[in-house]
Design a protein around this ligand. Structure first.
Ligand code: DC
Length: 222
């Protein structure tokens, strides 16, 4: 039996968040931003100064993890996160925390913990899950799977625009290097790497507007 879950995976800056939020709103499904969970864990590990090569310390730091996802304040906002009682919605959305999240996400203790939390949230169904492994590992029985892709340069330009809109200064070369490194690390990790599920619909978002991609996904789901 397939679950009434839509999974949307792909590399960073491909438009996953905006598209997933819109698909979820159109279907009246709950939007699950799994990347926000990895970012929050990355922030916690960084603030606790945990050595990521020491899995026992990572595991013990995560014993006290309390994570709550808050709905996005508007259709152009990311979802919020409350970490151990503190709203860290803004802190987790910087490129440095994305890099820490990517490193932390390669650890099996981190993946096990977050995958279980995500599967628990998905039990109720009617979920649009967005991430790297939601179609392959977290919800392999999802009824509708999508993999979004686009060239790194296009994704960098989109990220740069988002960061500038938030008043951040952007070094495009550095941002491109970070995106390429993060994708590479996410793809080569041994556990739950970024990968296309065999039964996923692949959409290149490079030349398509957000509306066009959202429309394509909704057409397939409906
Ligand atoms: O989607 P994002 O940029 O917010 O994700 C941040 C990092 O978290 C990403 O580089 C890899 C990791 N991640 C993951 O390993 N698995 C997921 N399902 C989602 C994110």
């Amino acid at each position: 039996m397939k679950a009434d879950i839509v999974t949307i995976d792909g590399p960073s800056g491909v438009g996953k968040s905006t598209i997933s939020r819109r698909v979820a709103a159109a279907l009246s499904f709950t939007y699950l931003d799994t990347g926000a969970m990895y970012r929050a864990v990355g922030l916690k590990l960084q603030e606790s100064r945990v050595d990521l090569s020491d899995e026992i310390s990572v595991e013990s730091c995560l014993k006290t993890l309390s994570l709550k996802l808050l709905p996005a304040k508007s259709s152009s906002d990311d979802v919020g996160v409350v970490l151990d009682g503190l709203d860290v919605s803004r802190e987790i959305r910087v490129p440095e925390i994305a890099m820490v999240a990517s490193r932390a996400s390669a650890l099996s203790v981190v993946r096990k913990k977050l995958t279980l939390m995500q599967q628990e949230i998905g039990k109720k169904g009617k979920i649009v899950a967005e991430g790297r492994d939601t179609g392959t590992v977290v919800f392999p029985n999802a009824a509708w799977k999508f993999y979004l892709d686009a060239l790194p340069e296009i994704r960098m330009q989109r990220r740069a625009k988002q960061l500038r809109a938030r008043g951040k200064e952007v070094d495009e070369e550095e941002l491109l290097a970070m995106i390429i490194k993060r994708d590479h690390d996410d793809q080569i990790r041994p556990i739950a790497p970024l990968a296309k599920a065999v039964d996923a619909h692949v959409i290149d978002t490079g030349q398509l507007s957000i509306d066009a991609v959202t429309g394509k996904i909704l057409e397939i789901v409906r």
